[in-house]
Design a protein around this ligand. Structure first.
Ligand code: ZN
Length: 170
């Protein structure tokens, strides 16, 4: 990556170390998402990936369970600025800070919009253990499916429970 890649007149990553970190981060951003998807699949959950749920803005949700109305947003600690892992780079501090702040406010905005449209949004951070993240997602998805099915026909509640064990997003 060259320094021309920075937005406008702002400098991009200045050192070789920063460039290396940028490259690593780009792949690390997707690694937790892939791991989570594998684990959810292993548990019998089926989902869509990178779905655009909002009409008014061009943003996609990472993992989507349409029938349950659950959307999962997997966030890399560095780019999305989690509260625990926000290292301040020595060079170009402002450029990085502004980039992360932009990401954070866009994340917040997306979450608000999705929730306004009735989606249950789960945020999974890169630093979260995959199994506990998968637990949260599984609980939310199966819970939402059961609730919806039960509401449709309370007599079928037992069947809804059994059916949800092999959840498929259709
Ligand atoms: Zn973190």
């Amino acid at each position: 990556m060259s320094s021309k890649d920075g937005p406008g007149a702002s400098p991009g990553p200045s050192s070789e170390a920063a460039r290396k970190r940028l490259r690593q981060q780009a792949t690390r951003d997707t690694a937790p998402e892939m791991a989570l998807r594998r684990e959810l699949h292993r548990r019998g959950l089926r989902y869509r990936v990178h779905v655009r749920l909002l009409q008014e803005v061009r943003r996609t949700s990472d993992i989507v369970f349409r029938r349950a109305g659950v959307a999962v947003d997997v966030r890399g600690c560095w780019w999305h600025g989690c509260d625990d892992h926000r290292p301040a780079p020595r060079a170009n501090r402002d450029w990085w800070f502004q980039k992360r702040e932009r990401n954070r406010s866009r994340d917040d905005d997306t979450l608000r919009r999705l929730e306004a449209e009735g989606w249950r949004v789960l945020v999974v951070w890169e630093h979260e253990e995959i199994s506990s993240a998968a637990d949260r997602v599984e609980l939310a998805v199966r819970g939402c499916v059961i609730k919806r099915q039960a509401a449709e026909n309370s007599a079928n509640f037992g069947r809804a429970l059994r059916g949800s064990r092999r959840y498929r997003d259709v």
